[in-house]
Design a protein around this ligand. Sequence first.
Ligand code: FE2
Ligand code: FE2
Length: 199
Amino acid sequence: MDDHKTVLGLKLPTDPRWVNIAEMQIEDILVDHAYCEQKAASSCISLIIQYPEKAELVDVLTPVVAEEWAHFERVIEQLKKRGYALGYARKDEYVTALNKVLNKGGSRDQQLVEKLLMNALIEARSCERFKLLWKNIADEELQTFYYELMVSEAGHYVNFIELAKVYMPEEYVKSRWEEILHAEADIIRSLEVRGDRMH
Ligand SMILES: [Fe+2]
Ligand SMILES: [Fe+2]
């Protein structure tokens, strides 16, 4: 089995050069990563606020907010240990490009599924990148850190996909997911490989 190609259905594996340059810019990677966790937590909070009538969504995403915020705390701890400060968030070109892929029309449930699949996708790509960091980075503490996060984000990926299937039929979710995966591969291909960013 080709492990990279099959990470949660992604159509394009990360450029292998990325992990080597990322390791050389670990401060930037940690800062960028901290904001990825913050955005993940914020995104779950927004979904809960926008869809409070959806009991299953509220049930599933409430603990995810806490988990993402615990990840944020863990990244901050890694920064501190190394004598680095958090720094400002940068413009997230990956997420901006992904947002353009989402269908803006359709029913309220279709809109929700677009958002859930977007979250699933970011989890899948993050999971793939954590796996690369876990397997390739020399720092043993960071290896364990990225391994644990990889497992956690894979669980979140499942949460989002399963929630999407609660609100739209499975066939619809599958076909939309395939389309979004292809669009994401094009986005990854179009972005410069930078070692100071998670995506
Ligand atoms: Fe996370
Ligand atoms: Fe996550």
